[in-house]
Structure formats: C-alpha cells, structure tokens
Design a protein around this ligand. Structure first.
Ligand code: NAP
Length: 263
C-alpha cells in the first residue's frame, strides 16, 4: 500500500466503471477514502469494498445538483472533508451537426458539461471552507482537438476544458487547483460500445494507427495521471488540460518515416 493520498477524501463521479473505477481503486490503494457516485452499483464496486473499508457508494444521476450536494454532505459527515473531486461520469455521442437530434445534443451537454458543473458547484463551498482541494475533470483529447463526426461530444468536452480553467483562475487563491485530464482512446465499456462494433473495425484500426504509441490506453494509465493531479505532488499545477492520449493529437502521420526505414 502506498500513501500518496493518505488522509484525503476523494469524491469520484462515474466511479462504477472504466476510468472512474480505475481512479477509485488506485486512489484507495494510495490511502484515500472514496465516495463514489454513479447511476448504479455494480460488481466492480463490491470488489473495491472488499479492498478498503473507507468507501461509500451513492447511487444517482450527476445531472441532479441536489444529488451531488447531498453526496458532498454525506462525504463530510462520514469522512470529515472532500479534498479531491474527479468527474468521470460521461456519455458518448456521435454525428455531424445536421444529424444530431436536439434531445441527443441536450443529453450529452446535460451529462458531460452540466454534470461536471454541478459536481464542481457542489464541492467548491466545502473546498473554500477548507481553503484547499484538487479538482480533476475528465474531459477528452477531443475537447482540445475536434475529430470527425463528434460535434456534440467534442463541444461538451471543450466546455469541460474551459470550465476547468475558469475554476483554476477563480479559486486558485484559496488553495484550490483544477485541471482537465484529456484521455485519448482508452479500453473501457464506453470504448467497447462504440469501437468494438463490427462495422467500426476499419475506424478502430485507423485510430490505433494514429495513436503514435500504436495501442489503445488502459484505464489504469488514466488513473495514474489523475492520481498525480489529485495529489500534493502536483501542488503547482493548475488550469491545465493534460492530454494523455498516446500521442493521438500530437500531429498527423502519413507513413513517411516508415518509408525511410524507421520501424
Ligand atoms: P464508462 O466505462 O462508460 O464509465 C462512465 C460511467 O459514468 C458509467 O458507469 C456510466 O454509467 C456513468 N454515467 C453515465 N451517465 C451518468 C449520469 N448521468 N450520472 C451518473 N453516472 C453516469 O466510460 P469511460 O470510458 O470510463 O469514461 C469516463 C470518462 O472519460 C467520460 O467522461 C468519458 O467521456 C471520458 N473519456 C473516455 C475516453 C475513452 O476512450 N474511454 C476517452 C476520452 C474521454 P452507465 O454505464 O450506467 O451509463
């Protein structure tokens, strides 16, 4: 057991799956008490409860500010503070603008952007009282660079990136840091839903080829970045969009260096 988050309390949305769950497990290994928020409790969460006794799961929807404020209240009552917030709850969406239904647009903005806003709004009064805290929003590399057919999702994640910078600017003097973690393509249930469909095989291969490390990412690799940002090791890092994408948005590659014999 490490101790990079000893005596800290981390509230994590989307904690039942993928990147959020990886953060919950990694942070618990480093000594944090974990308050997990998600739509439903699943088997993975039971596994976490068997590793640590400092875990609390609160089922609900991040589009409800009331639910998130209640979660902060329960976290403080049970563990005494909220030192870290990770906002990993999110949904995917695809389509060029003229094909995106208004309801689908609204849902992705509600969950990804408003859900993140509500998380921060719920947690900040507590962090202001403490005069300390680290917020790690989970945006996307697609919130930094637009990608084909991702209009609504990309817009929601770009909103998360700039919201995170605003939080960093507005609350820095109170000892509160905020950074946006921007993952590339990470193998999670969300990734499976989109890229493991048969008709997406060529797209998936192309995305892997454009990811300069030549592979997709693991949830643990995102949790390790989030851990750094959450911990005091990142004490002078705030207002940043930290892209962890295996080089996906670093630039285009066209096979030129392979042609020159670099393999
Ligand atoms: P995931 O495995 O689907 O995890 C997301 C979790 O959020 C799920 O448990 C989901 O529940 C939950 N959730 C969805 N809507 C919610 C709501 N309204 N209230 C509460 N919880 C809700 O996906 P992931 O890949 O780990 O994604 C985590 C975050 O990383 C997302 O914000 C995503 O946009 C971002 N991201 C992922 C990738 C990637 O390649 N995986 C890349 C860039 C950014 P259900 O499963 O029941 O819907």
């Amino acid at each position: 057991m490490g101790g990079r988050l000893n005596n800290k309390v981390a509230l994590i949305t989307g904690a039942g799956s993928g990147i959020g769950f990886a953060c919950a497990r990694r942070f618990a290994e480093e000594g944090a008490a974990i308050v997990g928020l998600d739509l439903k409790r699943n088997e993975q969460w039971h596994e976490l409860e068997s590793i640590s006794d400092k875990v609390l799961f609160l089922e609900g929807d991040v589009t409800s500010l009331e639910y998130q404020q209640g979660a902060v209240g329960e976290a403080v009552e049970r563990f005494g503070s909220v030192d870290v917030l990770v906002t990993s709850a999110g949904i995917g969406d695809a389509g060029p603008v003229h094909m995106v239904e208004e309801a689908a647009w609204q849902r992705v903005i509600d969950v990804n952007l408003s859900g993140t806003f509500f998380s921060a709004k719920a947690v900040l009064p507590q962090m202001m009282q403490q005069r300390s805290g680290s917020i790690v929003t989970v945006a996307s590399c697609e919130g930094v660079v637009a990608t084909e057919g991702g209009s609504s999702y990309n817009a929601s994640k770009a909103g998360v990136v700039n919201l995170s910078k605003n939080i960093a600017i507005d609350y820095g003097r109170m000892g509160i840091r905020c950074n946006a973690l921007c993952p590339g393509f990470i193998e999670t249930p969300m990734f499976d839903d989109v890229l493991n469909q048969e008709f997406m095989a060529d797209v998936k291969a192309d995305i892997r080829a454009q990811t300069k490390l030549g592979r997709f990412g693991e949830p643990l690799e995102m949790a390790n970045v989030a851990l750094f940002l959450a911990s005091d090791e990142a004490s002078f890092v705030t207002g940043q969009a930290i892209v962890a994408d295996g080089g996906y948005i670093a630039g285009h590659s066209h096979g030129i260096v392979e042609m020159m014999g670099l393999t």
